[in-house]
Each structure stands twice: as C-alpha cells, then as structure tokens.
Design a protein around this ligand. Structure first.
Ligand code: HAM
Length: 499
C-alpha cells in the first residue's frame, strides 16, 4: 500500500462490536437507571469487578467443555517486556538464551508446570546445537516460542466467576447476611455475530451469595426480573424454569441419558455435535436447536423425573414461592443452560419478538462454586444475567417507552452585547437542571429557529438588540409559537413551572 493511502485509511469498529450513539444511547441510560432502581428496591448493592481476569478462573468456573471456554474466549498473554524474537546469528542466540534464563530465574517468566518442562526442553536443545547443527537451532527456536512468557488473561465472557472471586478475595462471607450484588457492564465472547449476538455485549446481572439456599431467594430473584420487564412494559415473554439436580442425583441421570443416547436407533439420528456430546457432556444434547433432533429429544428421560428427594422438594417449593408472588412460569425439562457451574434451579426468559437469539436473560443456582474456587465451605449462590442489547431491542419493539432526551431551552443570541447575558442565562438554567443549548457563534435569527426546531427544543430564548435595550428577553414556545417578553428574574420560575 502506498504511504499516502495508508495514512488515509479509515478505521471501523471490530466485527461483532458496535458504537451506541445518541439519541439511541438515551434509551440505554434509561434502562440502566430503571434496572438499578428495581435492583436497589430489592436491596442489592452494586459490585464493579475488572474486565479481565486470569484465564484459569473462567476455565474452572464455566467448565472447559463448554462452548464459551473452548471456543469463545478472548485470551492473551500478559507478559513483561521479554522479547524473544528470532535470533539470527550464533551470538544473538547465546544472548537470547542467557536473557531467557535470567528472566526464568528472576521469576519474570511464570513458574508454571508447563514452563518447567518447556525450559528443560529449551536447555536440552541449546546444548544439542553444537552436536546437531541446523536441526538443533530449529528445535531451539521451536522450544523458545513454546514458552508461556506471561500470565494468561481473558476478557470476561460473563461476570459470575468474577463476582465469586471477589466474594472470596474480600472475605465477604464474614459480612452480615446474604450478599446481594448486581453489576452492569460489557462482556466478550467470540461468537458468530448476528442480530442480537455480539462479540462485545452488555449484561446486567445479580448474584445472591450466602449460607441459605431457600427457594424464596430463587423466587425473589426471578420476581425482580419480572418487575423489570413490567417497568419496561415488555409483555410478550415466557419464563422457563427447571431443576437440574445436584451432585447426588445428576450424575445418575447423566449416565441414564448417556445410555439412552447410545442406543443405535437414537444415536444414528443425532447430528455430529450431539453424537460427540453423548460422550463429553450428554446434558448439552438437551438444548440442541437442530430441527431434526427435536422429536428424539422430546422422548428422552427428563431430569425432573430423576431428582433426589431434596432436589425435588426444593423445586416444588420454588414453584409454590413463584405462585405466591403471582409470577407465571412454564416448566421446561430441557433447560440445562450452557455453563457448567449450575445445580438445582435454572431459568431463562425468552421473548418471541427477538427471533433466533430469543433469550432475554438466564440464570440459576451454583451452590458448589464458592468452594470449588477455594472459598469457604457451605456458601450457596444463585444469580442471573440479562442481555442488555436484547432487552433494548425488546423495549423498542414493544413501543411503550419514550426515553428521548429533550433540549429545554435554545438560546438565540444576536450581537456582541447579547452574548454575556446568553452565557449567564445558560449557567443559571443548567444549575436548575435544564438542558440548554448555547450556540458558540452568533447565528442569524431564522437559522437559530431552524436549528432549535430540528433539535426538538421546547423553548427558544431570544436575546437581541431590542431585548438588551429593554433589559428583557423574549421566550418562544415552539409547540405553538406563543411568544412573550419576560425579565431574566422571572424566567427561572417560568421554566420551573413549565417542566
Ligand atoms: P448466559 O446465559 O451465558 O448466562 O448469558 C446471559 C444473557 O446474556 C443471555 O440470556 C443473553 O441475553 C445475553 N448474551 C449472552 N451472549 C450474548 C451475545 N453474544 N450477544 C448478546 N447477548 C448475549 C450468564 O452469563 C451467566 N453468568 C448468568 C448467571 C449469573 N448465572 C448465574 N448468575
């Protein structure tokens, strides 16, 4: 590419990411404010966690077999400034080897079991060079680039793992009562982009961590979601619930399911993905979307019929708790969810107006996760996350919420002498929480009116020669064109009354 062409190159947002611009961002702000309001009314407090974490945290919590961990994570090495490059001469090679060994000894290269082996291999290759020549150099280079020079870090694909990590790190179990936490922010998954599915998307989520697993907690969390749907006036949705059992009953069910799926007349009708999952994770077959598999899946044994007595009682109580709160639900034996940490309660809210990506939100219980991540024993957890991008689509589709921002006053000033008054007025009115547009340069009256009109301003404040002479200003209401003269002092009260 010629240099000048390179300089003029236009940049675009990365595939699967997007910009949210005004006026659309007003609805996002309205929604976040509304969600905060609902969650705070249930006494949830906000937690903010970092956007990246150690890769291992997500791998262990979400499960290495899941799509999220195995295919979709944005992972990179967070390395100190150790450049290995490709040494060209014998001297460079010796220098590189010395630098690597120095970094290894000082701990700059992470001392992982993997690197222990890689360093050993590198040294054996280095010693071999003199004996074997070029193949030895090639092996040395290969081993050099095999080293993990930094810690593996991942952009968070979800936030439950981070919240649990923070809960443990800050000993939050010693705080009084259940910890009820919520978060708002971007998540990252390298999925195939399509409508409602992005590589950077936004979630609003909530988690309850504590010693109790009372089904009332599950029901209240779900009710919080249905409250939010109501505030957004989204009426077309379905709440799906299920129980996927515990460490006691699920393994037995999974074996039963696997045996059933292995039966030749069933196995042969499954697609390649499901056939593989029969061995790796048969539960995943249950949420397959392949049309030709639907009939088979309908006839598979249902986990709800194989729950242990305790899980069954928990599930029954959950249903009574939901009924008590008048939250309508549909039982869905196929709702197994795509992340490994779940047990017992799982739920999802879907909306028919969203098309293929119809899950507005999903969640469930994860009672063993705190302990699995090195936290105290006996801490239970449940939570959900909603897809903000999809909620926004559903709000737009429902056409009930109008969140556009309005300009209250457009100050049309004309002449040098009018300008100080215009600046003063803008300051006073902004102090009164009005949205004010103050043109930075003098604008002809007609042009100013046109711009105010385009912006949808409610009032135009006119300050020209006449107004300065009479120490008054003119206020014009754009809705009906009504216009009157008013003193600067009276203006504040006038606009207060016009809110
Ligand atoms: P999840 O089902 O993976 O659960 O995601 C929750 C919601 O995030 C989905 O229902 C969907 O609305 C939205 N979402 C997921 N991926 C995308 C994407 N690529 N583009 C747009 N929206 C997306 C979780 O993340 C769990 N951490 C929920 C949870 C919290 N469970 C317990 N606590």
């Amino acid at each position: 590419m010629a240099k000048s062409e390179g300089e003029r190159r236009k940049f675009r947002a990365i595939k699967g990411t997007r910009d949210i611009l005004p006026p659309d961002s007003a609805l996002w702000n309205w929604f976040e404010k509304t969600a905060r309001g609902v969650m705070e009314s249930y006494n949830f407090g906000e937690i903010r966690t970092p956007i990246f974490e150690e890769t291992e945290l997500f791998a262990r919590s979400i499960g290495v077999e899941t799509d999220v961990v195995s295919k979709e994570m944005y992972t990179f090495e967070d390395r100190e400034n150790i450049r290995v490059g490709y040494p060209q001469t014998w001297e460079e090679l010796i220098k590189t080897n010395a630098a690597v060994m120095e970094a290894w000894k000082s701990g700059k290269i992470p001392r992982t079991p993997y690197n222990e082996i890689a360093i050993e291999q590198l040294q054996s290759a280095f010693q071999d060079i003199e004996n074997v020549g070029t193949p030895g150099i090639l092996r040395f280079l290969f081993e050099l680039h095999n080293l993990d020079l930094g810690e593996k870090i991942t952009l968070r694909p979800e936030a439950t793992a981070s919240v649990v990590r923070a809960y443990i790190e800050h000993g939050m179990h010693t705080r009084a009562g259940d910890q009820k936490l919520y978060y708002i922010g971007p998540m990252f998954r390298r999925e195939r982009p399509q409508k409602g599915r992005y590589r950077q998307f936004y979630q609003i989520g909530a988690e309850v961590l504590g010693t109790s697993d009372a089904p009332a907690i599950d029901a209240e969390l779900i009710q919080m979601l249905t409250d939010l749907l109501e505030r957004c006036q989204i009426e077309k949705y379905t709440l799906l619930i299920n129980s996927i059992g515990c460490a006691e009953c699920r393994p037995k069910y999974v074996e039963l399911l696997r045996a059933k799926l292995r039966e030749p007349e069933i196995f042969s009708k499954l697609g390649a993905d499901s056939q593989r999952r029969v061995e790796t994770n048969p539960l995943r077959v249950m949420d397959s979307k392949l049309p030709e598999e639907q009939e088979i899946i309908e006839k598979l044994p249902k986990i709800s019929e194989h729950l242990c007595a305790e899980c069954k009682a928990h599930y029954e109580k959950l249903k009574r708790e939901l009924a008590l709160r008048e939250v309508p639900f549909t039982e869905s034996p196929r709702l197994v969810r795509g992340l490994d940490y779940y047990m017992r309660t799982t739920f999802e809210i879907t909306s028919p107006i969203l098309g293929a990506q119809n899950a507005l939100c999903g969640g469930g219980r994860y009672d063993g996760l705190v302990e699995m991540l090195g936290g105290p024993k006996g801490i239970k957890g449940i939570g959900f996350a909603l897809g903000e991008d999809r909620f926004i689509d559903a709000i737009v589709e429902a056409e009930k919420i109008n969140a556009t921002r309005t300009v209250d006053a457009f100050i049309a000033w004309m002449g040098e002498r009018a300008y100080p008054m215009a600046v003063r007025l803008a300051r006073v009115l902004r102090g009164e929480k009005h949205t004010v547009e103050l043109p930075p340069e003098e604008t002809k009256f007609r042009k100013a009116l046109e711009r105010a009109d385009k912006m949808g301003a409610r009032y135009v404040l006119i300050i020209g020669e006449d107004e300065i002479a009479s120490d008054m200003l003119t206020i014009k209401r754009l809705a009906d064109g009504k216009q009157e003269k008013i003193s600067e002092e009276a203006l504040v009260d006038y606009l207060r009354g016009a809110r």
